[in-house]
Design a protein around this ligand. Structure first.
Ligand SMILES: [Zn+2]
Length: 453
């Protein structure tokens, strides 16, 4: 891809309404564009990142014998009436009527549609267990969308649904999914994500976990035990402790925000002592930290299968109700969270696994014939070697070129300039500052291939 042809504007000024860095950087870097409150369009750089994240997720779900399906975005209200959620869910469920005055909803989660898809198939015990998943657009009419892709109204999610004939089998599968989630976040570049016991809220069911990236930019509060490593969403604590703690955490977050606005960089410690004993080790060692929820898993039990009359005939001929688990990851939110964890004041520093391009090739002084020839040659060589390159071939000043490269955040940069070429070299540098070296022009391809092998 030539940068001169890339659609989208990059700019220097931090937009005033951005409370977290990933939001500001993704607007400044031409990753996405505001359409309406909580609704964004993506440009190519973000699309390339989310495609890579989706591929990682597909591989991990397929490894659990998941079968990819596609459920509709627009659903008949009757499906949600079957489970009772048409009545129980509030205004975040967008309800509308089609031209025949039939009530419809925009799917914000797909338990009902998943049960409807496999209800007939799962009529006999021999077909269990099985899991279906999809990567698809959802709409949730949030009251307060915020923080760019962290809390939006329209978003893409991987949602998976597993069906079992016993709680034990569900639990085994749930633990495998828990482990797969650890691998997904590690592969996407945030191995530090922790899993916390959570309150399952409107999803119902007994056991659930949230996967949290601990960061001051987060909107959830997590109680972390420094003594034994226990983590839990503060929502699972008794109301009095929760109330005092959230008020303090909100104040802390306001402080973080205002210091971010004045100093131009967030990152002040959000940890504060929580006046409660750790439910795991009993010690007074709980610290309240902010977190972004990047995934969640639930043991739903029979909540949806029972209400929607899904049954199977067991070995002994008796009719039983299957148990169900569900497993979600927000794709855009994960991309923004990785940016939140990996950036500096100049832009994102994308991990190789999800970077939009691996290499950013800068032709400094593209009007200089030898620079142009060399950069064109390297672009061809690397593209032929199937290495993703964004090639800045524009006749612009080096300063503009480098600040745009910082915003695009490719892990490795190659600089072709008249000065380097006078020595027969190019400069190869890492976006994270870990190395910078001069390499003979004829050895650049080999050096880049070695970096990514
Ligand atoms: Zn503890």
């Amino acid at each position: 891809m030539k940068l001169s042809r890339l659609i989208g504007e990059r700019f220097k000024e931090r937009p005033a309404d951005c409370v977290i860095d990933s939001h500001a950087l993704m607007l400044r870097g031409g990753y996405m564009k505001y359409v309406a409150n909580g609704i964004y369009s993506s440009y190519l750089p973000l699309r390339r990142i989310t495609r890579r994240i989706e591929q990682i997720i597909r591989e991990e779900m397929d490894a659990l014998d998941g079968q990819e399906v596609q459920l509709p975005v627009a659903l008949p209200a009757s499906l949600w009436e079957e489970s009772g959620r048409y009545e129980s869910v509030g205004q975040e469920l967008l309800r509308f009527s089609d031209r025949n005055s039939s009530p419809m909803v925009l799917g914000m989660t797909h338990e009902e549609a998943a049960v409807a898809l496999v209800r007939d198939y799962g009529s006999t015990y021999s077909r269990y267990p099985f899991m279906i998943y999809q990567i698809q657009t959802k709409f949730r009419d949030e009251l307060r969308p915020r923080a760019g892709l962290i809390r939006v109204r329209e978003f893409t999610m991987k949602d998976a649904y597993s069906f079992h004939t016993s709680k034990e089998d569900l639990n085994d599968y749930y633990m495998k999914c828990h482990a797969a989630y650890g691998r997904i976040f590690a592969r996407a570049g945030i191995p530090e994500v922790v899993s916390v016991a959570s309150d399952s809220g409107m999803m119902g069911g007994d056991i659930s976990h949230e996967f949290m990236l601990l960061t001051p930019a987060g909107e959830d509060s997590v109680a972390c035990c420094d003594a034994c490593g226990y983590h839990a969403n503060i929502e699972t604590f008794p109301a009095d402790i929760r109330h005092n703690s959230s008020a303090a955490a909100d104040m802390q977050q306001d402080k973080t925000r205002s210091s971010a606005e004045s100093a131009g960089a967030p990152g002040c410690d959000d940890g504060r002592f929580l006046n409660a004993v750790c439910p795991s080790c009993g010690r007074h060692a709980l610290i309240l930290r902010r977190g972004i929820e990047v995934g969640n898993i639930f043991q739903l039990g029979q909540k949806y299968t029972a209400s929607m009359h899904m049954t199977y005939v067991d070995k002994d001929g008796s009719v039983k109700i299957p148990v169900m688990g569900c497993y979600g990851i927000g794709i855009g939110r994960l991309a923004a969270s990785v940016c939140e964890a990996h950036h500096d004041e100049h832009g994102p520093i994308w991990p190789v696994s999800i970077a939009p391009w691996k290499v950013h090739l800068c032709a400094v002084r593209a009007d200089h014939a030898e620079v142009r020839q060399t950069a064109d040659l390297l672009y061809r060589q690397l593209t032929d070697a199937r290495i993703d390159v964004i090639y800045d071939d524009r006749p612009v000043r080096a300063g503009i070129m480098f600040s745009d490269a910082d915003l695009i955040g490719a892990p490795v940069r190659i600089i072709v300039s008249p000065r380097n070429l006078a020595e027969g070299c190019c400069e190869i540098a890492a976006r994270d500052g870990s190395f910078q070296k001069k390499t003979r022009v004829e050895q650049v391809r080999e050096a880049i291939e070695a970096l990514f092998s």
